[in-house]
Write a protein that binds this ligand. Structure first.
Ligand SMILES: Nc1ncnc2c1ncn2[C@@H]1O[C@H](COP(=O)(O)OP(=O)(O)O)[C@@H](O)[C@H]1O
Ligand SMILES: [Mg+2]
Length: 354
């Protein structure tokens, strides 16, 4: 068989792309970082990209869940098919069913014509169900059937439609806890979570911070004509490493872009950083209201952060004597102990970076 030159080229470019961390055939599609945590994620992503198994990606917002989902699709045999993204948290639940499965004309008020849904659009490709933890229980039942049987009906329709899709979902929620309080179906969870991938928050893989900052600078240089790459002074680097990054990589990316535009000098100095990063002398400081609002962190995560900061502060003040820390916080000792366990709070082993 004669292969068309374009097809040959495509295969070539696929094998030339070698992952830096594994030395294996995996296109990182611009995923930067060299931490062990990320290497593990990429290794799993590489393995699952060859299969059709459902993947559930968990992690705080801004950690790169969607980017990993894209890399899995890009490296899969389905890469010529579509990758369809749907944010289940952003669409009101009455509309979500028709977004997913489509509807027939007259199915509900305002359905003036029939419309195909994301499942049909994703045929031969991958569907990425983002914020899956926000889906209503009613729709969870329908989704389970669609995934299990790879078939469904449009809203108001009678014809069963079959699709060939790969499902990747993501959430920043604790789904086992949601199962416990009956807001998430256990059967759907097992269906989605065949291969789990957990992405660590940036504060738990600080080795990635500087290489990400450099990566975003490189991107700017590619995008903006004549852009001179800037360097971060030593103290600026230290402040970046000390900061907690509640908005994770999204926050770092926004920051790098902002200061790169605003700072005209070659070197980015400490005073060029926002107050809350420059003056953050310890990791225990929680995100400012501004950083919560600007980085899509969300109420619950911000509150978790604040609680964690308060407890860590009190524990450090009292040399980790829990009874005394509880006194300081005017809370019950057993409540404190429970929270420490639940939130996985541990004494920090300060690893120096320089
Ligand atoms: N390892 C990484 N290297 C480069 N950019 C990254 C990395 N992880 C995340 N990003 C970028 O950070 C932003 C947030 O990532 P995203 O995948 O949307 O996170 P999530 O879906 O977890 O909220 C995106 O612009 C993404 O491209
Ligand atoms: Mg996302």
């Amino acid at each position: 068989m004669i292969t068309a030159p374009t097809a040959v080229k495509k295969n070539e470019s696929k094998t030339v792309q070698v992952s830096e961390s594994q030395g294996m055939d995996f296109d990182r599609i611009g995923i930067a970082g060299a931490s062990k945590g990320l290497a593990k994620v990429l290794d799993t992503a590489r393995k699952v990209s060859r299969s059709d198994s459902s993947v559930l990606i968990t992690g705080e917002s801004g950690t790169g869940k969607e980017l990993i989902a894209r890399a899995i699709h890009k490296n899969s045999p389905r890469h010529d098919g579509p990758m369809v993204v749907i944010n289940c948290g952003a669409i009101p639940s009455e509309l979500l069913e028709s977004e997913l499965f489509g509807h027939e004309k007259g199915a509900f008020t305002g359905a003036h014509r029939s419309r195909i849904g994301r499942f049909e659009i994703a045929d031969q490709g991958t569907i990425f169900l983002d914020e899956i933890g926000d889906m209503s229980p009613d729709l969870q039942v329908k989704l389970l059937r669609a995934i299990q049987e790879r078939q469904f009906e449009r809203v108001g329709g009678t014809v069963t439609i079959e699709v060939d899709i790969r499902v990747i979902s993501a959430t920043n929620k604790d789904l086992p806890a949601a199962i416990e309080n009956k807001s998430f179906r256990e059967d759907l969870y097992y269906r989605l979570n065949v291969i789990p991938i957990h992405i660590l928050p940036l504060r738990e893989r600080k080795e990635d911070i500087l290489s990400l900052a450099e990566h975003f600078q490189n991107n700017l240089a590619k995008r903006v004509k004549g852009y001179q790459q800037k360097i971060f002074s030593q103290v600026t680097q230290q402040a970046l490493l000390r900061y907690d990054w509640p908005g994770n990589i999204r926050e770092l990316e926004n920051l790098v872009e902002r200061i790169s535009v605003l700072v005209e000098e070659q070197t980015i100095e400490l005073h060029d950083l926002p107050e809350y990063i420059a003056n953050n002398s310890s990791q225990k400081i929680s995100p400012s209201v501004a950083s919560v609002l600007n980085n899509g962190i969300g109420f619950n995560e911000a509150v978790d952060h604040y609680q964690r900061s308060l407890m860590l502060h009190a524990l450090n003040e009292t040399g980790w004597v829990k009874a005394r820390a509880a006194d300081l916080l005017k809370m019950n000792r057993t409540t404190l102990v429970e929270k420490i366990k639940k939130m996985n709070i541990a004494p920090e082993n300060e690893t120096p970076f320089f």
